[in-house]
Structure formats: structure tokens, C-alpha cells
Design a protein around this ligand. Sequence first.
Ligand SMILES: [Zn+2]
Ligand SMILES: [Zn+2]
Ligand SMILES: [Zn+2]
Ligand SMILES: [Zn+2]
Ligand SMILES: [Zn+2]
Ligand SMILES: [Zn+2]
Length: 450
Amino acid sequence: MPIESAKSSVSDFDSSNADNSIEPIEKRSIVDEELERVFEQLRIDTKNQDANRLDMVNAAIQYIRDQLKSESLDEDIKRQYVDKLVALQLEKQKIEECTETGKVVVIEKGHEFALQRSRGRHNPYCEVCMHTIWRLVQSWRRCEVCGFRAHDKCCQSVSQICPGVVVSKPDFELVTDFPTESTLLDQDFKCAECYSDVGYGSSSEPRLCSYTGQLYCKNCHWNDSLPLPATLVHSLDGSRRAVCRSAKRLLSLIENRPLIDMSRASPILIKCHSDFKRVQKFRRNFLYMKCYFVSCRNARKLRILQYLNQHQHFVEGADLYSIKELRLLCDGTLIRDLEGIHTVFRKHIEKECEICKGNGFYCELCETQDKSNEIIFPFSDDVSLCPICLASFHTKCFEKHSMHCPRCERRKRRLELKTNLSNPFDPPAEKPQQQSSNRSSEIRGNYSNS
Ligand SMILES: [Zn+2]
Ligand SMILES: [Zn+2]
Ligand SMILES: [Zn+2]
Ligand SMILES: [Zn+2]
Ligand SMILES: [Zn+2]
Ligand SMILES: [Zn+2]
């Protein structure tokens, strides 16, 4: 069995995520206690004090599924069951993966601790006992999800839940607003994470985390600094602020995930900031270009969309951003990168590829001969689209015709002709009249009945 048995790690997951903390320290819930009884029963049934971890996880999953079938379940308990079920299923998946690859991983509080090499330049700190890890003489592990580092012997005593578990919860939402800063009095002179005593003028001075707005002891806050989602979202400011260890791990883990809906989080900035306007224009064009690429075998062969790299989600929607993208927007790198990709895409569609070129438009509203032969695309400069059928015209020509689309006009006429042909003796103009007279007689009938 490649997974080292980490006793009771499931029962220690804290499903009741407190509002402000990120990786809450264990607090036993009713669900935890119920599961502990399930495990106890399993040990008795199998006459095995050290029951197989996978069997325990399976038993817990089955138990929760049975409980969820009950209709009289309290909403809060139900949520706790669902959270726990998600964590258990993740753990089950991991155990099965590890069994296949033969890798030795210790799973504790959702962390996936893998053994590390003894060679290496730096001796890191153990985040459990806060002492140096002497790599040459002490074996140590690192969480493959969040990077949490600890002595091998300390892994079992970790109290923080892995941020990987926190972000996999269905109700996880990245905080993009500025937090309310709490005072020492609010926190009862305790660290917000480990609850050890903190106070000014002592060796345990509190440290403020700009992400949670809470105060921490020096073991839980190492003065790491990161750009904050709130300052990025509201003022496109990428300067670094001090954050606690938990926030650092969480923010690093989700840095590349498109979790920020800018049109909701900061609608004014996205509409008015010149850099944002440029990026939004690129993104809108990428969406049009994708329509060309999906129907082009040359583009598929070239795997042209892979140029987007970590910005793949740009061809799935228009408003989501990752923390990293906002940071790159601040230092100008994002616009430069997108400009490069945009040029490559345009060159393929407009110049290099016959298939894509064949899907371009002629401006039907052109009055001068030389311009009407030009092939235009929805993403070309000075081109406007019909909002209904997406046909492209020169902006000048479209405005001159009061945004009247000849293509839609033709469609409308064809449709009318079809309706007329299908009801040759029943002119459509008279039909509604007939219907309304029927209805009014119906209403009259109702009145006379009452
Ligand atoms: Zn972890
Ligand atoms: Zn340690
Ligand atoms: Zn602490
Ligand atoms: Zn093509
Ligand atoms: Zn034109
Ligand atoms: Zn149209």
C-alpha cells in the first residue's frame, strides 16, 4: 500500500470554514464525530485497529451519501456533509492515483506530502515546528498542491487545511474587496490562526495580513509580500503587501486561475481604463478569430490556439481574469504578449490561410468600386458588425446606411415569402385579427356565464 496511513486525517478536516480565516484550524463538527463512529465500527467489523485508508474513505463516502438521502436534513448540516463529501472524493482519487504510480504520499488535512531530496542549496523552514529542516540529515516533505514544507515527522501534526481543499469547495469565492482590519481587542489578543497570545511591546508582536485584515503571530505570518487581489481589481495597483502564510499559499495556488469576473468586480475600471479597454478589444477579437480557427484544418494542424498559452480561457469568455493576468497588465507585459498573439492570428486569417480568407466578408454597403473588393473580417480595423447576423461592413458605410443590414433585410423578406407561400389563402395580416375576434368571443362567453 503506497499511501502511508495517516490516521483520522479525514475526520480532522474542518468543513465549517470560518468567514475570514483561510485555512481554518481544526474544530470538530458533528459530521466529524459521526465519521469517527463510522471508522470505529469499520475497525471492529474488520478486526483491524489500523484499517486500510481507502476502505475508511469509501465507508465515509457511503455513510454521507446515505445521510444526504434523508429529506428532513437541516440546511447547515447538509452543507457540511456536501463539503466533507467533496474532500473525501478528492482524497479517494489521490489514493487511487498513488496506487497506480507507486508514489509514496502522506495525505494530511488535504495536503499531499511527497518526500523531498536531501540535496539542495537551501535548508527550508518547517512550517509545523518552525525549525530549520537540515536536508542532509533530516527527511522532509513538501505538499504537492500548496508547497507547505515540513519535517517528515512533523507532517502528522499539521493543523492548517491545504488551500487545495478550500478552493475545491463549490462555494469558494476569491475575496476581491478590501477587508475590514480587526484590532487586537477584536481578536482577544490572540493570533487569528493558531490562537497563541500576541501583544505589542512583547516578543510576540502581531503582524497584519492585508488579505484577511487580521493579526497573526510571527509563526503564522512571515512578512511575505504579494500583490493583493483587491488593489489589483479596484485600482490596477500591483504593489506588494504583507500577507500571512495561509494567504500566501492560497494566493500562490490560484494565481493562474481565471477567477475574477472584472465586469462584476470592477465594472467602471474595465470600461474606462485605457489598458483594460485595449485588452478587452483583443479578447473580443480572439473570440471572433476562434470561430475561424475551429472551422480551419490548417489552424488545427498548427495548433494555433496554443499561442494563447496560459490565457486559453480568453477564447471561452470575455470577462474573467486571473490574478497573474491583472499583475501582468499592471507592468505592461500582458498587452505586449497579447499584441504578439493578435498579430500571429491576424496574419494566419488575413494572409496565410486560404480557408480562413474564404470566410471573410465583402462590404455590401460600399459605394466605391475599389473598396468593395476588399475582404474584411469582424476583427479588422474600422469595421462594424451587424448585431443580429454578425455580417461585417466598413464602419463608415454602415453608419451612412443608419446601421441597416442588407443581409438581415434579405432574410426577413425570404421568411415573409415562405410564410405567404405556405398559407396561400390565409394572408398573415388577417390572421391575428381572426384570432383576436375568437378570443374576444371567448371572453364574452365567460362573462355571460358568470
Ligand atoms: Zn497543501
Ligand atoms: Zn518540523
Ligand atoms: Zn499564529
Ligand atoms: Zn486558417
Ligand atoms: Zn464599405
Ligand atoms: Zn444582419
